[in-house]
Write a protein that binds this ligand. Structure first.
Ligand SMILES: [Mg+2]
Ligand SMILES: [Zn+2]
Length: 151
């Protein structure tokens, strides 16, 4: 089984602009590339797991979120970082889905689809919901600011 490093997207890899709706607003956060490179060198598969309730709220559509992830994938690839897959929850919080963090659904899905050992995997995020999703999934989980302070 492989080990994974899961990343929240907004506020962790890129600046959180609250319902990103324009690709030109994508801004990499300092340290994100370096952290990804280090984890990749330690044989972690990299994944993004992001709540995109803007879809459920009618502010964004699937096509935009998928285009954003293709763009982000290229941006990271230009810096030598390969994300294995991007997962996103499109639901409104009132839908009580199983994928919206702090539920661990996206991590569990990635584990099934990519044969991951979650107990050897890591989760990085900027909010408590990220850390709770990671812990519930069985991953060691970290607030990104604390990790970057210590890089
Ligand atoms: Mg975030
Ligand atoms: Zn969901």
């Amino acid at each position: 089984m492989k080990k994974a490093a899961f990343f929240d997207r907004d506020g962790t890899l890129i600046k959180d602009v609250s319902y990103l709706s324009c690709i030109s607003d994508v801004e990499l956060l300092p340290g994100a590339i370096d952290l990804c490179l280090r984890l990749q060198a330690e044989n972690y598969l990299l994944f993004v797991v992001t709540n995109q309730s803007g879809i459920g709220r009618g502010l964004l559509d699937h096509d935009f979120v998928e285009k954003t992830h293709q763009y982000l994938g290229r941006l990271f690839a230009d810096n030598g970082v390969v994300f294995t897959q991007f997962y996103y929850c499109p639901h409104h919080p009132s839908q009580n889905c199983l994928c919206r963090k702090p539920s661990p659904g996206m991590l569990a899905q990635a584990s099934r689809e990519h044969n991951l050992d979650l107990t050897r995997s890591l989760m990085f995020g900027d909010r408590e919901s990220d850390v709770r999703a990671g812990v519930t999934a069985g991953c060691k989980s970290f607030y990104i600011t604390k990790v970057l302070e210590n890089l």
